[in-house]
Design a protein around this ligand. Sequence first.
Ligand code: FES
Ligand code: FES
Length: 163
Amino acid sequence: MADAANQIPNRIPTNLVVNGVRRTLDLMPWTTLLDALRDHLELIGTKKGCDHGQCGACTVLVDGRRVNSCLTLAVMMDGAEITTVEGLARDGALHPLQQAFIDHDAFQCGYCTPGQICSAVGLLAEGRARDADEIRELMSGNLCRCGAYPHIVAAIQQVMGRP
Ligand code: FES
Ligand code: FES
């Protein structure tokens, strides 16, 4: 019994396609996707806020859908395509949402911003938000302690092309 309790689990080979690049990591089974990105791949754009699913700072896209990476075990994402804020720009041009956040001053300290932008990319892909109220509702999982919410909504509206 004591021997079993002292056994250290094996690391698990995990394949991820991160921002278009295939990466293979040997991870402990409890490693979150957030820690895999930040600590193993040095992609520190994705932020750790609460580390238990309440703030949205860790939002990334998994196969195009927004998820809280702090609540996601990396080994369960084997084979998935992960997009972080570092992977949004194309050919030296910012993603339209990144540009819109700049245009509208949609941040102050910036800590929540990568998660806000990744979440907004997911929101637009979902196609469910039609106006400012629906943007606020569907972005409610992403908190901003600086209170930049009106500017964040304006930035998203700019990219949606709707008032
Ligand atoms: S760090 Fe993941 S939701 Fe707060
Ligand atoms: S810009 Fe500071 S927390 Fe959102």
